[in-house]
Write a protein that binds this ligand. Structure first.
Ligand SMILES: NC(=O)c1ccc[n+]([C@@H]2O[C@H](COP(=O)([O-])OP(=O)(O)OC[C@H]3O[C@@H](n4cnc5c(N)ncnc54)[C@H](OP(=O)(O)O)[C@@H]3O)[C@@H](O)[C@H]2O)c1
Length: 254
């Protein structure tokens, strides 16, 4: 039997990927509810040769839903995920809203799939850069515990959402036409440029994106014993994040 699935944030960069992957994997579904802001209500999205009408995300959106995939920003997850759980759905949340909540498992299927069984209605998935690093580092860590991890990331416009991708194209046109550059979504000019990731810089000098790598990796690996440092840079490509990871192990590598 298939699942009744809802996607909150279906019109966004991540929401569109949810649809593509559900289709690619032939995920068994009985129904699909597509949710976004009131701005998108009434628009249609296409899935498996059918059109679905986007509804506004509200607390009443989750009646009869088995699995709710959330990617509409942390504030929306905090506001609406509890309502989805009360309605009986299991929430898989892509935002940072619940990642560090000790009651919420933070899961990378290739690393700690067993953590899923501890869920109380919400399962969080980590930041994109953490996932990429953890999938590569985990098998090495199991063979020879990692003592120190030095990560540098090169992150595309897509990580800042659909509107950031569109703004980078606009910026590129503006630069080439020698016009003032629009920075409504992106913090600075990204076209033909790069800068320290646009999240807030904390008192320790690291930006929030960098600290996500540190905290989330420790939660997923279940250890505080790894020394981790990370530098996150936004680079002017549309999609595709890149990472360099330098590891120091407990025992010599043979
Ligand atoms: N884990 C990861 O790999 C990863 C990667 C990238 C992003 N993220 C996270 O995923 C979330 C979405 O990112 P994105 O890149 O897809 O952003 P995006 O392209 O800007 O899309 C945002 C989505 O949220 C919806 N939304 C915004 N305000 C809303 C509201 N008040 N009520 C209901 N829906 C609302 C938007 O609907 P409208 O179109 O109607 O505005 C849109 O569907 C963010 O929390 C982001 O940090 C995670």
């Amino acid at each position: 039997m298939g699942k009744n699935v809802a996607i909150a944030g279906v019109t966004g960069a991540v929401g569109q990927e949810f649809l593509a992957i559900l289709d690619e994997r032939g995920f068994p579904m009985d129904s699909l509810k597509v949710l976004a802001s009131s701005r998108s209500a009434g628009k249609t999205v296409r899935f498996r040769d059918a059109d679905y009408t986007v509804e506004e995300l509200t607390e009443d959106s989750f009646e009869g839903v088995d699995i709710a995939l959330f990617s509409a920003g942390g504030a929306r997850s905090k506001q609406f995920a509890p309502a989805a759980v009360r309605a009986g759905a299991v929430v898989v949340d892509n935002s940072s809203a619940f990642r560090m909540d000790p009651e919420v498992p933070l899961v990378v299927p290739e690393v700690n799939p067993e953590a899923i069984h501890r869920h109380k209605g919400i399962i969080a998935n980590p930041n994109c850069t953490t996932i990429v690093a953890n999938v590569a580092v985990w098998p090495l860590h199991k063979a020879n515990p990692v003592r120190r991890m030095v990560v540098s990331t090169y992150q595309a416009a897509s990580g800042a959402g659909m509107s950031a991708m569109l703004e980078m194209i606009q910026q590129a046109r503006e630069v080439l036409d020698d016009k003032p550059v629009t920075c409504n979504v992106l913090k600075y000019q990204l076209a033909f440029n790069l800068y320290c990731h646009d999240s807030k810089i904390g008192p320790n000098g690291y930006n929030e994106e960098e600290m996500k790598m540190v905290k989330e990796t420790r939660k997923i690996f279940g250890t505080d014993a790894i020394a981790i440092t990370c530098t996150c840079v936004r680079v002017p490509v549309m999609r595709t994040h890149c990472e360099s990871i330098n590891l120091e192990f407990t025992k010599p590598i043979t």
